[in-house]
Write a protein that binds this ligand. Structure first.
Ligand code: ADP
Ligand code: MG
Length: 345
């Protein structure tokens, strides 16, 4: 686009977060019911009996998925899961979804049935209702957009902006596995393309490939928080990698943080495969993404509550903003953690 002065700014100059900030900075909320607009995992809208949570995402063929190794049924499942994850990240429960698709004539009814079988499986597992959407044609490829609507309580809704200095930084599950699953699938794709006779060799890689092709959202953690009467002080889901999500929590809460490398949970298969690919496992956790785990902070006096909860790991602490966002390595060094959204328009 060219403005009146003939200046053309490439979107890559601003990056993903910069573009969103730039485009939305002049918008004001005109309704008192809008408790949170742009800037969190989901919008928060006040209702008579709590809050409604709304989140939406696009999945574009060739950018977010490759049908050479992503079965349509898995794609449908994943498209739903990534949106539900954003509702859980607000400490809410998703109840409805809408699904919109743009399809080229390459897709048959049978192919779309596969996609919807995956969507249905996710609806069943996560107990959400498909309540609408839109269908249109696309000149090339498949585009899916899912919107998730959830329910929460005003007092227990968890934002990105409410972490305090001294809060403990926690994470669920383990990180970096989905990224390595993608690297494995990409490697096999390249081998297949250069020699179509060769069958993919993914033996023993079920865990990593599964984390990429069939991610799950942490509804179990939200249920556990409720049962333990634990309300995180802030929360975000890990879609873009730990580095980027810690950065969002810090920026919006106006604090800094440190992450202990030794506290970042890694699956044994992640450590093994990272080394096979000559990658540092911690880099996979920091920059990989698509883990759909929850990153959250708790007040220090809540430590007894989470110490004995399964699959939750304390890996750092929130510090004054002036101290920055740092990784304390196992070797005793301190590295600044940098956020990275995508830059691939
Ligand atoms: P997430 O990674 O959790 O899906 P995003 O980084 O996609 O979050 O989005 C961050 C925030 O910016 C969200 O509040 C989202 O609704 C908002 N947002 C993203 N793109 C746009 C857009 N084009 N216009 C308005 N708001 C947007
Ligand atoms: Mg999110």
């Amino acid at each position: 686009m060219v403005n009146d002065f003939g200046k053309r700014t490439d979107v890559n100059e601003l990056g993903e977060f910069g573009v969103i900030d730039h485009l939305t900075k002049n918008f004001v909320n005109r309704n008192a019911s809008t408790l949170k607009g742009v800037g969190d995992d989901a919008a928060v809208i006040e209702t008579k009996d709590g809050v409604k949570l709304v989140s939406t995402d696009f999945l574009v063929e060739g950018i977010h998925f490759d049908l050479m190794y992503m079965p349509l049924k898995h794609l449908g499942y994943k498209a739903v899961v990534v949106n539900l994850s954003d509702i859980y990240a607000m400490n809410g429960i998703p109840e409805q979804i809408t699904v919109s698709i743009a399809i080229s004539n390459r897709f048959s009814v049978e192919a779309l049935e596969e996609l919807y079988a995956g969507i249905e499986a996710a609806c069943k597992y996560y107990k959400v209702d498909l309540v609408g959407g839109d269908t249109t044609s696309s000149p090339k490829g498949l585009v899916i957009s899912v919107t998730a609507i959830g329910q929460g309580k005003k007092e227990t809704t968890t934002y990105r902006s409410t972490a305090s200095v001294g809060d403990l930084l926690c994470v669920t599950g383990n990180l970096g596995a989905a990224y390595l699953g993608l690297q494995l699938l990409e490697r096999e794709k390249q081998i297949y393309l250069s020699n179509p006779g060769v069958q993919p060799d993914l033996e023993g890689q079920n865990y990593l490939v599964g984390r990429q092709l069939k991610p799950e959202a942490r509804v179990d953690m939200i249920e556990l928080f409720a049962k333990s009467e634990l309300v995180p002080t802030a929360m975000i889901d890990i879609s873009d990698g730990l580095a980027s999500e810690v950065f969002h929590l810090c920026k919006q809460s106006k604090v800094g943080a440190f992450v202990e490398e030794s506290g970042v949970p890694l699956h044994p298969d992640t450590e093994l495969q990272a080394i096979n690919f000559k990658l540092d496992p911690i880099t996979c956790a920091l920059s990989g993404g698509e883990d759909y785990e929850l990153l959250f902070t708790i007040a220090p006096d809540q430590i007894e509550k989470i110490k004995y909860l399964p699959d939750i790991y304390i890996m750092g602490e929130m510090v004054p903003a002036a101290d920055g966002i740092n990784l304390h390595t196992k070797g005793g060094n301190v590295h600044a953690i940098k956020a990275q959204g995508w830059r691939h328009f």
